[in-house]
Design a protein around this ligand. Structure first.
Ligand code: TYM
Length: 343
C-alpha cells in the first residue's frame, strides 16, 4: 500500500503555482488511489525558518487548511494536520541531522537561492530545511511525494538520507522516496518575468495569481502579464514527448508560461491549446485564460473566505488529523529508536 505525503508552507499568498504543481495533484491522488493513505501537512515548522509574525502565521495556517479543503481534499479521506502538532517530525529531524552530511546540504540550490549573499546571517533552520522535509516524509514511511518541480532535489536528499540510515544500521526499514511530479504545469513561472518561478515571496503581487484574488484582480493581472511581440506559435514547438521544447521555453518563456497555465487550468492538452491559438494575438489567449482562472480558481478562493468564518471547524480538522498522524508516526519512531540503540 502506498503512503502519500506532501506539505505546503503557511506563508500566505497561495498561488496557482502551488495549486497546479501540488494541491490539484493531492486531490487527484486522494480520489484515484483508494488503497493509499494520504497525509497532507501544513508545514508551520518549515515556515519559521524565516521570520513569521505570530498572528499572521496563525491566520495563514487556517487559510492553507481552508484552501486544501476548498480545492477538494476531504478530511474524511485524507489526513490533514499541521506539522508542529506532531513533535515526532522535529525529533526525527534531529536523528536525520546526524545521518545527513554537510556536503549534501551544501549542494542544495534552493538554500543558495534563498540565502543569497546573506549566508552567514540566515537561520540554521533554513540550512537544514531539507532534513526536516525528509523526516516529514519518513516519519510515516511514505514512499510517494507529490510536489512541484522545484522540490525534486530535496526529495533526492530524502532518498539519500533513508538509504544511508538503512545502510548504516544494516536494515531495510525506510522505503525509497519517489517524487510524483505530474500535471500540465509542474513549474509555473512569474507573470512578470518568465525566467523566474512564480513565488509567494515575490515583492510584485502582479507576478502571481493568488487563490484569494478577486475576479477583477485576476483579469488585470493577466492583462498586464508580460508577453513578447510575435504571434502565438503552433504545434511545431512540441518535442518528441509532446511537451514544449527546451528551445522554445528559452526563446519565449512568457508565451510558453501563459500557454502552459491555460492548458493546465482548462485541462486541454498543450497540443490542442497550440492548435487553437496558433497565429493569434496574445490578447485572445489572455481573455480565455482570465475566464478559465475565474471559473476554476475564483470559486476556491470564495470557499476559503467562507470557511475562514468557521475557525472552530478548521482547528478541529487539524486536531483530528494530528491524532491520526501521531498514531502512525509513534509506532515508527519506536522502531527507529530501537534500531539506533536508544533504550
Ligand atoms: P511550498 O509551500 O513552498 O510549496 C508548496 C508546493 O507548491 C509547489 N510549488 C510550485 N509548483 C509549480 N510551480 C510553482 N511556481 C510552484 N511554487 C511552489 C512546491 O513544489 C510544493 O510542492 N518544501 C515544501 C514543503 C514541504 C514538503 C515536505 C513537501 C515540507 N515538507 C515534505 C513534500 C514533502 C515547499 O516547497 O513548500
Amino acid at each position: 500500500m502506498d503512503k502519500i505525503f506532501s506539505g505546503v508552507q503557511p506563508t500566505g499568498n497561495l498561488h496557482i503555482g502551488n495549486y497546479l504543481g501540488a494541491i490539484k495533484n493531492f486531490v487527484e491522488l486522494q480520489n484515484n488511489t483508494k488503497q493509499s493513505t494520504c497525509y497532507y501537512c501544513v508545514v508551520d515548522l518549515h515556515a519559521i525558518t524565516v521570520w513569521q509574525d505570530p498572528t499572521k502565521l496563525k491566520k495563514d495556517t487556517l487559510e492553507t487548511v481552508a484552501c486544501f479543503i476548498a480545492a477538494g481534499i476531504d478530511p474524511k479521506k485524507s489526513i490533514i494536520f499541521n506539522q508542529s502538532k506532531v513533535s515526532i517530525h522535529s525529533e526525527l529531524a534531529w536523528i536525520f541531522n546526524c545521518v545527513c552530511r554537510m556536503g549534501w546540504l551544501n549542494r542544495m540550490t534552493q538554500f543558495k537561492e534563498k540565502a543569497g549573499k546573506n549566508r552567514e546571517n540566515v537561520s540554521v533552520g533554513l540550512f537544514t530545511y531539507p532534513v526536516l522535509m525528509a523526516s516529514d516524509i519518513l516519519a510515516y514511511k511514505s514512499n510517494k511525494v507529490p510536489v512541484g518541480e522545484d522540490q525534486k532535489q530535496h526529495l533526492e536528499l530524502a532518498r539519500d538520507i533513508a538509504k544511508k540510515f538503512n545502510n548504516d544500521f544494516e536494515v531495510d526499514f525506510f522505503p525509497e522516496v519517489e517524487p510524483l511530479i505530474f500535471g500540465g504545469a509542474t513549474r509555473v513561472m512569474s507573470l512578470r518575468n518568465g525566467l523566474n518561478k512564480m513565488s509567494k515571496s515575490d515583492i510584485s503581487d502582479y507576478s502571481r495569481i493568488n487563490i484569494m484574488d478577486s475576479k477583477d484582480l485576476i483579469v488585470n493581472k493577466i492583462k498586464k502579464a508580460k508577453t513578447d511581440s510575435s504571434v502565438i506559435m503552433g504545434e511545431e514547438v512540441l518535442d518528441e514527448t509532446g511537451k514544449l521544447s527546451k528551445e522554445i521555453i528559452n526563446q519565449r518563456p512568457e508565451a510558453c508560461n501563459l500557454l502552459q497555465i491555460f492548458s493546465a487550468i482548462s485541462e486541454v492538452s498543450i497540443k490542442e491549446t497550440l492548435k487553437n491559438f496558433e497565429g493569434k494575438e496574445f490578447r485572445l489567449l489572455k481573455e480565455a485564460l482570465a475566464d478559465a482562472l475565474i471559473k476554476k480558481i475564483f470559486p476556491i478562493g470564495n470557499e476559503v473566505r467562507k470557511m475562514l468564518n468557521e475557525e472552530n471547524y478548521l482547528t478541529e480538522v487539524l486536531e483530528e488529523g494530528a491524532q491520526k498522524a501521531k498514531e502512525q508516526a509513534e509506532e515508527n519512531l519506536k522502531e527507529i529508536k530501537n534500531i539506533i540503540g536508544f533504550i
